[in-house]
Write a protein that binds this ligand. Structure first.
Ligand code: PHE
Length: 343
């Protein structure tokens, strides 16, 4: 029986080593450890032995059983690992797109504002900031605006308490900068402005302007025209033309309105430019000597130009958006188009 046991273990070892699948393992377990197995039969045959031989032989059978169980368990693990590795191989497709987690983007108005800042900084302008809650002095008085000027109207301006208001234009920052610094001054100032306008395709009660101010000895209208053309080229490409037309603002003299050739039809005339071939960009002019005097800059020595551009308008032209309200509704379908947009 001794040799029979040894042969049995050797045979089991051999067939367990030959197992390839989980089913092979089940078969091997049944064959060598199951009820009908040779090993199990040996327990019954213990009775054939002399009583004093039984414990020692019983122990031998148990040892053989433990050995076979160990072999099967080890092989079982090996096969399961191999099967899993194979599954991973089949499931893993490195070409498959990953899980996309939604990520945010800058708002088109922010993208355009940053582009504008970059263009002016490349021309040597610094970026200045001013408060959105202003006083009448900086929004109107210091800008040479007469008491009866329509822009001061309650119907046009949001007044707060204690003579404060929401600034209606970034021209306030001209005053704040000139109060604090002496020429040469060469700044732009982008930011929000507020006017009591009903929202429509080209108006919003909240909008952004970028103010530009360059004060130094000998600054003239040609510097203004140059700066405007450089900006238009950097923003809309080399084919865009610019022009200024006479206009009026209380704080500039002479005053002008700035146009660029239509970026949609290249000046042919279309729906975007209302057949005129030109697009209004904002107001401009030479800083009025009265304004310079008000902030303590001698207009006999210094001169300067200023202009103000509407940022939403530029964003609408750049991204072909026909209605300003789209920029404020923040429909994700609109915002998604700006994912990954570089500045
Ligand atoms: N502040 C003016 C406006 O909002 C624009 C402007 C700025 C005009 C600077 C002249 C000089 O309409």
């Amino acid at each position: 029986m001794h040799t029979q046991l040894e042969e049995l273990v050797a045979k089991a070892q051999e067939s367990i080593a030959a197992c390839r699948t989980p089913n092979d393992i089940l078969d091997a377990r049944a064959a060598y450890l199951g009820k009908k197995s040779v090993l199990n039969g040996l327990y019954a045959r213990l009775r054939e032995l002399a009583p004093e031989e039984r414990p020692a032989f019983g122990q031998l059978i148990n040892q053989a059983r433990t050995k076979i169980e160990g072999l099967i368990a080890a092989k079982d693990k090996e096969i399961k690992n191999a099967v899993r590795a194979q599954q991973v191989q089949q499931e893993l497709d490195p070409g498959m797109p990953g899980w996309m987690s939604p990520f945010g983007s800058l708002h088109p108005v922010t993208i355009v504002r940053k582009k504008i800042e970059a263009v002016f900084m490349s021309m040597g302008f610094e970026v200045a900031q001013g408060p959105e809650i202003e006083d009448e002095y900086h929004n109107f008085d210091a800008l040479n605006t007469p008491q009866d000027h329509p822009s001061r109207n309650l119907a046009d301006t949001f007044y707060l308490q204690n003579g404060k208001l929401l600034r209606t234009q970034t021209s306030t920052v001209q005053i704040r900068v000139m109060e604090k610094y002496k020429p040469p001054i060469k700044i732009i100032s982008p930011g929000r402005c507020y006017r009591n306008d009903k929202p429509d395709p080209s108006h919003s009660p909240v909008f952004q302007q970028v103010e530009s101010l360059w004060v130094d000895k000998g600054i003239s209208m040609s510097d203004l025209k140059d700066t405007l053309q450089n900006f238009a080229t950097a923003m809309f490409g080399p084919d865009v033309k610019s022009r200024i037309r006479p206009h009026f603002f209380p704080f500039t003299e002479p005053s002008a309105e700035m146009d660029i050739s239509c970026v949609s039809c290249a000046g042919e005339g279309c729906r975007v430019c209302k057949q005129s071939g030109w697009l209004e960009m904002g107001g401009a002019g030479m800083v009025d000597p009265a304004v310079l005097s008000m902030v303590g800059i001698d207009p006999e020595i210094y001169s300067g130009f200023a202009f103000g551009l509407g940022i939403e308008r530029i964003a609408m032209l750049k991204y072909n958006i026909g209605d300003m309200r789209i920029l404020f509704e923040n429909d994700v379908r609109m915002l998604r188009q700006f994912r990954g947009e570089s500045l």
